[in-house]
Design a protein around this ligand. Structure first.
Ligand SMILES: Nc1ncnc2c1ncn2[C@@H]1O[C@H](COP(=O)(O)OP(=O)(O)OP(=O)(O)O)[C@@H](O)[C@H]1O
Ligand SMILES: Nc1nc2c(c(=O)[nH]1)N=C(CO)CN2
Length: 309
């Protein structure tokens, strides 16, 4: 028989010694030439559910975690390993309650013999939230969001099922409603297979940026690569609308545009959304417009509801 966990002794998933080449450093030659960074992350998260089900879908997949962390190291250039550690911690907090991240820089330009230099940050959701809230954004409390999901590579049905389940498993996201599945003609001018699309309405205590980051994490976990704009993909999750207390968030930062700037031009977004909320008023450059009116103007974009499997 297992013993119930005691407070102060949370379950942990640890990934140590992840070695990734990156271009971080104060000196120009460090940015130019790159060097190895070694990362340790310890995620405090209950593994009880996965231990009971023996299903990897009920836990944080360490392979996906390693890829996500490696991508943060590889895709950015920071002066300081403090910043790198903070970014990694921020990502991990979209997966778990608290985390400790150590970034080692064993080849740092130090003119003395040394074994290692490292920065350690420990972050938890409650402590992190005030630092991460950004101007004009809802910080906490409950928000409602519309997400559009699409896929046209691999097994789109299975991927979309897995993506909705992954959203719902997140401790700070509840999927309230899920639309039928739609088969839709590719939008955007790239010749490719039809897409499968659906929409979900979720309730969340995450900020909009965090919700988008969770969606992007799920895209990566499902094997998404970005090769061609509007091109074929295993999974795409777009944040269409985010509202707190009935008030819709409008954002135009480099990383987050809300409402989604192209949603009103896309029948593949509007048809599934209209099924969930037929009275939705969509904020467009021309003002608020009923979703049914927009769909009428997009009638030439083919969408058809797929019968349940
Ligand atoms: N509301 C939003 N939903 C999804 N991504 C957004 C949003 N606002 C800004 N972005 C940013 O847009 C970038 C490109 O996203 P993505 O790769 O999903 O684009 P796409 O699916 O090819 O095209 P589109 O943005 O037209 O749907 C991402 O880096 C993401 O941070
Ligand atoms: N029908 C349809 N077309 C698309 C879609 C999509 O989900 N559905 N996604 C794209 C890039 O995100 C580009 N074009």
């Amino acid at each position: 028989m297992s013993t119930p966990g005691r407070p102060g002794e949370p379950d942990r998933i640890a990934l140590r010694g992840l070695t990734v080449r990156g271009n971080h450093g104060v000196f120009e030659f460090e940015k130019r030439e790159g060097q190895d960074f070694v990362i340790d992350v310890v995620l405090n998260t209950s593994v009880a559910r996965a231990a009971a089900s023996d299903d990897v879908a009920d836990t944080i997949h360490y392979g996906h975690l390693a890829e996500d962390v490696a991508a943060i190291v590889e895709d950015n250039t920071f002066d300081l390993i403090e910043t790198l550690a903070e970014r990694i911690a921020e990502h991990c907090l979209s997966l778990c309650e608290s985390v400790e991240v150590v970034v080692h820089k064993p080849s740092a330009p130090i003119q003395r013999a040394f074994d290692d230099v490292s920065v350690t940050v420990a972050r938890s959701r409650s402590a992190a939230a005030p630092h991460r809230s950004t101007g004009g954004e809802a910080s906490s409390g409950s928000a409602e969001a519309v997400l559009s999901l699409g896929a046209n590579l691999g097994d789109p049905r299975a991927t979309l099922d897995e993506a909705v389940a992954a959203l719902d498993r997140h401790p700070r996201i509840t999927v309230l409603r899920r639309s039928s599945l739609y088969l839709t003609a590719p939008w955007g001018g790239v010749e490719q297979n039809d897409f499968h699309n659906l929409a979900v309405i979720v309730e969340t205590s995450l900020e909009a940026k965090e919700l988008l980051a969770v969606g992007q994490g799920i895209e990566v976990a499902c094997g998404r690569t970005r090769e061609l704009r509007w091109g074929p993909r295993t999974l795409d999750i777009d944040l269409i609308r985010f509202s707190t207390g009935g008030e819709e968030l409008v954002s135009d930062s480099a990383t987050l545009t809300l409402p989604h700037p192209r949603a009103h031009e896309r029948a593949f977004v509007l048809a599934p959304w209209a099924e969930l909320d037929p009275d939705a008023q969509v904020l467009t450059p021309a003002g608020r417009t009923p979703i049914s009116t927009l769909l009428e103007t997009l009638a030439e974009q083919k969408t058809s509801r797929v019968a349940p499997a």
